[in-house]
Write a protein that binds this ligand. Structure first.
Ligand SMILES: Nc1ncnc2c1ncn2[C@@H]1O[C@H](COP(=O)(O)OP(=O)(O)O)[C@@H](O)[C@H]1O
Ligand SMILES: [Mg+2]
Length: 320
């Protein structure tokens, strides 16, 4: 275990049981044998198509989903089976859909104050209210807004409330689960910039989930690419964009629009054949083999090992 890691997961799996009939279950293999670490103060971007397991992975790290197997470490301590209350304060989440994640019957002040109360952070009412108002100002809202209800706000403002709620307990680590994908394009960059400013000011560590590489490219120190429950590649943002190793990362990159029309014309777009297989019945061997243009027999039979292919650049693929 390295001192610079805040989060580490080993062989993490999350399967959801699906009842198929009397005493008969099938399993959605949402996260399959994932290994990575997040360094203190960094942003790890996590990308992949919808349904590939990003949210499940983010929630499993926080133990909002209990992992099926594997280990989770926080600052070097295994937390896979411990009581989570003390860690809830250190580890927070910002949700994809702000309107669905804010209780419509609670005022903004109650929403932001709730976690403070659970963790008994403030003894006096005045200190508590001061802190709520300070948080609202910090996320760009009016401190007078604490008596209003979530529906009185726009999507972007609701997400600011969600961010204030996450910050209320002074966490060290935040899972940002597609925090801008439900928002108007015009305000997406405001929210991203704010999250970046907060990170610098408060020395936060982020797992930043997006379905699109272009969103995480600039804000991430490193990026992990997910496909059907596996992380298939993880490396420095610049390296991964310039020199992708895994065939799936290459296809994702080829789909990112390039502003320069000449470059755009010269770049070959790789179109994947076929649909994403079901996580209830994933392909044998490498899960990507059914859609990989380079697949050979071995890919159908053997699960590729997660290896460090170059310093700080990991991938799982037989043909690299
Ligand atoms: N609570 C659940 N019960 C059963 N299946 C689930 C549950 N949550 C997610 N899944 C399934 O797990 C897979 C991964 O989902 P998710 O983690 O939400 O993906 P993403 O966030 O990348 O879109 C999907 O097939 C999804 O249907
Ligand atoms: Mg998701």
């Amino acid at each position: 275990m390295n001192d610079s890691y805040l989060i580490q997961v080993e062989n993490l799996r999350k399967y959801f049981p699906i009842k198929m009939g009397f005493m008969k279950y099938n399993y959605v293999q949402a996260v399959e044998d994932v290994n990575f670490f997040i360094r203190k103060g960094e942003t790890l971007g996590l990308v992949g198509e919808s349904g590939c397991g990003k949210t499940t992975l983010g929630r499993a790290i926080l133990r909002l989903h209990e992992p099926t197997s594997g280990k989770i470490f926080y600052e070097g301590k295994e937390i896979t089976h411990v009581k989570m209350l003390p860690y809830r304060r250190k580890m927070q989440i910002i949700f994809q859909d702000p309107s669905a994640s804010l209780d419509p019957r609670m005022t903004v002040g109650e929403i932001v104050g709730e976690a403070m109360d659970i963790h008994k952070l403030y003894n006096s009412k005045k200190d508590r209210l001061d802190k709520i108002q300070q948080l609202l100002t910090q996320v760009g809202l009016n401190s007078e807004h604490s008596n209003r209800y979530p529906h009185e706000f726009s999507g972007g403002q609701q997400q600011r409330i969600g961010i204030a709620r996450a910050l209320a307990v002074e966490p060290q680590f935040i899972v940002c689960d597609e925090p801008i994908s439900a928002l108007d394009v015009s305000i997406q960059s405001q929210i991203v910039n704010m999250l970046e400013d907060m990170q610098n000011e408060l020395n936060l560590t982020y797992l930043f989930i997006a379905h699109d590489l272009s969103v995480v490219k600039h804000i991430s120190n490193r990026i992990g690419v997910m496909y059907l429950g596996n992380i298939v590649e993880l490396g420095k943002s610049y390296e991964l964009n310039k020199n992708p190793l895994h065939p799936y990362t290459k296809t994702l990159l080829s789909a990112v629009p390039v502003p320069d029309p000449i470059k755009s014309r010269s770049r070959k777009r790789i179109i994947l054949e076929g649909d994403i297989p079901s996580p209830m019945n994933p392909p044998s061997g490498c899960r990507f083999h059914t859609r990989c243009p380079y697949a050979v027999q071995r890919c159908r039979e053997e699960v590729p090992e997660w290896r460090e292919m170059a310093p700080d650049h990991f991938a799982a693929c037989h043909i690299i």
